[in-house]
Design a protein around this ligand. Structure first.
Ligand code: CTP
Ligand code: MG
Length: 234
């Protein structure tokens, strides 16, 4: 049961503001993508990491992987990404060799996920789940709103029971054949891979996520990520 990690890293990072593609931005001197690759390769179960690079950035990403220290027991591949996260993940899946039976999909934008979370996801797939997501309870109350025109206030439609909600992280883990079938079948906008498996009618199970698996999305998240790294080195 060989396991590969696909890392979509082809996004621009619009919400982070102007600058290099998000995955190439530095966190305490090291590109976010390298932190994310190390987080996957830290698991002894991961034998291959496929990085999905910005569409015109594959040579630069290959160079980054060559010039940063990475575990030698792991193989690395770089492929150019697509217009959407979904397209990028699919291009990563297309590059998987025979013999891989378990696939993790991990956002480059979650560079600090601890190895215990990675291993828990892999273990749940190996125990028979076809799809696994790490998730955490919500701190905020969530409202469903009715969209309004520009400048008009939104109106609240409902308040879902917070106790029944989870914020979902990555790496998400899958039986390879299930994830490939989901990407071949499901169309329409999705923001994670597990939702595509849900649309197939297949079960998705939850394992505990970790607060350090947060997604670097806005400028404040960079501050938090660098503080977490500094604390780890202390
Ligand atoms: N991603 C990708 N290909 C795309 C879009 C996103 O591989 N066409 C990746 C991002 O690089 C990131 C992950 O999907 O690692 C999660 O996406 P998100 O956090 O939304 O990153 P961006 O799309 O880069 O950010 P933004 O939405 O703010 O532009
Ligand atoms: Mg995005």
């Amino acid at each position: 049961a060989r396991t590969a990690a696909v890392i979509p890293a082809a996004g621009r990072g619009v919400r982070l503001g102007p600058g290099a593609p998000k995955a190439l931005r530095a966190l305490n001197g090291t590109p976010m993508l390298i932190h994310a690759v190390r987080a996957m390769a830290a698991s002894r179960a991961v034998s291959l990491v496929v990085v999905v690079a910005p569409p015109d950035g594959a040579p630069e990403v290959k160079n980054l992987l060559d010039t940063h220290a990475l575990p030698e027991r792991t193989d690395y591949l770089v492929v150019p990404g697509g217009e959407t996260r979904q397209a990028s993940v699919r291009l990563g899946l297309d590059a998987l060799p025979d013999g891989i039976t378990t696939v993790l999909v991990h956002d480059a934008a979650r560079p600090l996920v601890p190895v215990d979370t990675v291993d828990a996801v892999i273990e749940a797939v190996r125990d028979g789940a076809v799809a696994v997501v790490p998730a955490v309870p919500l701190a905020d109350t969530v409202k469903q709103v009715e969209p309004r025109g520009q400048g008009e206030p939104e109106r609240v439609l409902a308040t879902p029971d917070r106790a029944a909600l989870r914020a979902v992280q990555t790496p998400q883990g899958f039986a390879r054949d299930t994830l490939v079938r989901a990407h071949a079948t499901v169309t329409g906008d999705v923001t994670d891979d597990a939702s595509m498996v849900e649309q197939l009618g297949e079960p998705v199970v939850v394992v505990p996520g970790h607060e350090e698996a947060f997604k670097v999305t806005r400028p404040l998240d960079l501050v938090l990520a660098e503080a977490v790294l500094a604390r780890r080195r202390a």
